[in-house]
Design a protein around this ligand. Sequence first.
Ligand SMILES: Cc1cc2nc3c(=O)[nH]c(=O)nc-3n(C[C@H](O)[C@H](O)[C@H](O)COP(=O)(O)O)c2cc1C
Length: 203
Amino acid sequence: MKVLRIDSSAQRGDSITRRLGSEIVRRLEQAHPEVEVQVRDLSDGIGFIDKHWVAANLTDHDRRDPSQHEVLSSSGSLVHELSAADVIIVTAPVYNFSIPASLKAWIDMICRARLTFQYTENGPKGMLKDRPVYLVMASGGVPFGSPVDFASDYLRHIFGFIGIQDVRPVFAEQTNRNKTAARAAALTMLDQWLPGETVPGVA
Ligand SMILES: Cc1cc2nc3c(=O)[nH]c(=O)nc-3n(C[C@H](O)[C@H](O)[C@H](O)COP(=O)(O)O)c2cc1C
């Protein structure tokens, strides 16, 4: 089982979303003997699309010149690792009512017409096969699903847009109020998908 884990918090050791992501990996490893985890840590940096990228992406694959293939190569690698994964874990804090910029940059890289989605007579159609995505999110004050949550529905929409409907939310909301309660609520959500005992110190 190939697991792709995409982290986006600027925090490291004390990040609640990262710790919940680690708990999911631990439970997957417990349930499946052969789990291979690939980590894409977006806080290490990710490029932005630019005019060269857009032009290359609009050019048919067979008509691209070598420099256009080069411009699209990291985007192509990100799409490849996404489509190769059996299970995806995305960990994302709410930043300024939305998602971290690094995660948006990743989305810009993986939403590729004719590769991950296509336009049909009936509108856009996702091209990736469906698979579970554990969507781990945390907010300081914003309740998920409220009018000021511009993050969770957006991420769910993006995964649906590329064909991945099986989105499994694991939300720690309003961590500024009570971090312990927020984490406990997230673990209760996780229990629905992956029942298990939580190991202290992981989540
Ligand atoms: C730069 C920044 C912006 C934030 N903006 C918001 C926000 O708009 N709304 C909110 O509810 N929490 C906001 N927070 C709080 C985080 O979402 C919250 O602390 C979350 O638990 C962080 O998850 P992490 O520990 O995995 O990094 C922000 C935090 C940071 C660092």
